[in-house]
Design a protein around this ligand. Structure first.
Ligand SMILES: [Zn+2]
Length: 459
């Protein structure tokens, strides 16, 4: 196979610029230190959207727009968790997004890791109880089990509330939404690993009889958010587009520096580099999207595919860069597109980048609404990485100083060069799937088990 690189000169300019610039870190500093969490529904979210739009304009992109959409808003209230029996103790806890207001006094049961088997073993003993599950994935299951799946299995088991326990010591409670874009059917809160261990010991020493009182005061009400959209136009007479995207909203307890902002500034940096060096030679349009309200339901991405339904046939490829500027390898994780593997392997050989190419699909980021519509897609990451925890992710400690400029550079350089290749290749070996083909994957792929559970709940 020829390893001649037709993009060599552009690659050198793009990579050379990115690796001699501080721009990505400067943009990350503004997003994190000036706008903070950028949580859905806050003024900081709107300010961040405008900052991103201004970056796109400053870098020479066109058709820069904030696209507004309504969504189910949520505002955190105080949550109180008290042990009533066998002793009295108040524990620190936080509500999880879409928690309703509630007041529950009932017994505690543990679902361990919250695996399908552990919920099955609980049988009807979870009915009307507070179910506790820790955030780690079950070690013997061979797949990651998302918080939402654990919560939804607790709802399906008839529980009256849910306690999510962090698996990581020293980082406090881990947040994350209970539902996608709707009020949850029962309260769900989060406690730190240390308090979870305390509750487990209480259960063990008191023959499983521990009574808790949980009070939540959160507010669920409709709000407005925005996707930021910008184009670098292609010069061939083609309607086809390439999409590079990442969400910009974070969780309210955190700067969200790694998730998502490290990925967001890498998308912005890829836009800057492509606009500077490839604007004249780009064959197809590259569209950059900063998605809103991902953390509470991928809502920005769902509204985008609804609003742009007539354009979906023309999306050649969607690359989701959620949190891509972290420590993970900058690989191409395709969503069941075998025919695209050779295309990206040739790109990898040309680019001499550490960019593993593989297949793995999940339903927990902004590529998923595109996947459901059949659009060829991937996310940037490492398909060989074992299922691991979030570490400081989704906690108060996802902060700026943990993000390394070299990782932002690696992510933006891969993003820009992949977008260039997708835009300029004469043939692209993937076409939008029809509904039946999508449904077949949704029904059978092991990575989508959590999504199948969520469908049980919404039906
Ligand atoms: Zn994210």
């Amino acid at each position: 196979m020829s390893k001649t690189n037709p993009y060599l000169q552009l690659d050198q300019k793009i990579v050379g610029d990115i690796y001699t610039s501080q721009e990505a870190m400067e943009n990350l500093t503004v997003l994190c230190d000036e706008y903070g969490a950028r949580f859905a529904g806050t003024p900081e979210e709107y300010a961040a959207a405008n900052f991103i739009a201004d970056c796109f304009k400053r870098y020479g992109l066109q058709n820069v727009e904030l696209e507004a959409y309504p969504y189910a808003g949520w505002t955190r209230g105080t949550a109180t968790l008290e042990v009533i029996e066998p002793i009295r103790r108040t524990l620190h806890c936080i509500s999880l997004p879409y928690c309703p207001a509630g007041d529950i006094t009932t017994e505690l049961v543990s679902a361990g890791y919250g695996s399908p088997g552990e919920y099955e073993a609980l049988g009807n003993t979870a009915t009307d109880k507070l179910v506790m599950a820790q955030s780690a994935s079950p070690p013997d299951l061979g797949r990651w089990v998302h918080r939402k799946e654990k919560f939804e299995r607790a709802v399906l088991a008839g529980a009256s509330g849910f306690i999510f326990v962090s698996e990581h010591p020293g980082v406090g409670p881990e947040t994350g939404s209970l539902q996608n874009n709707r009020e949850a059917p029962m309260p769900g809160i989060s406690v730190c690993k240390e308090d979870g261990e305390f509750l487990k010991r209480l259960l063990a020493r008191n023959s499983g009889k521990v009574t808790l009182k949980l009070k939540t005061t959160d507010i669920n009400e409709p709000r407005t958010s925005w996707n930021v959209v910008a184009d670098l136009p292609g010069h061939e007479n083609s309607a086809e587009t390439i999409i590079l995207g990442c969400h910009y909203d974070g969780h309210d307890i955190s700067q969200g520096a790694h998730d998502p902002a490290s990925g967001m500034v890498s998308v912005i940096e890829a836009a800057r580099a492509l606009s500077t060096y490839a604007a004249d030679s780009l064959k197809r349009t590259v569209r950059f999207i900063a998605f809103g309200t991902e953390e509470i339901g991928l809502t920005g991405a769902f509204r985008y595919v609804d609003a742009h339904d007539s354009e979906l046939d023309n999306i050649r490829f969607m690359l989701n860069m959620d949190a891509a500027g972290g420590t993970s390898r900058k690989g191409i994780v395709l969503h069941c597109w075998d025919t695209l593997e050779p295309f990206f392997n040739i790109a990898r050989q040309q680019m001499h980048a550490e960019m593993p190419v593989g297949q793995k699909v999940h339903s927990y980021s902004d590529h998923f609404p595109f996947f459901l519509k059949g659009v060829p897609s991937c996310h940037m990451g490492d398909h060989e990485a074992p299922p691991g925890g979030r570490g400081f992710g989704h906690t108060a400690y996802d902060t700026l100083e943990k993000v390394k400029l070299e990782n932002l550079r690696a992510a933006s350089a891969v993003g820009a060069r992949i977008a260039l290749r997708c835009a300029n290749a004469n043939d692209f070996p993937a076409k939008r799937r029809n509904n039946e083909a999508v449904q077949k994957i949704v029904d059978t792929d092991p990575g989508l088990e959590g999504y199948r559970i969520s469908l049980k709940l919404t039906r």
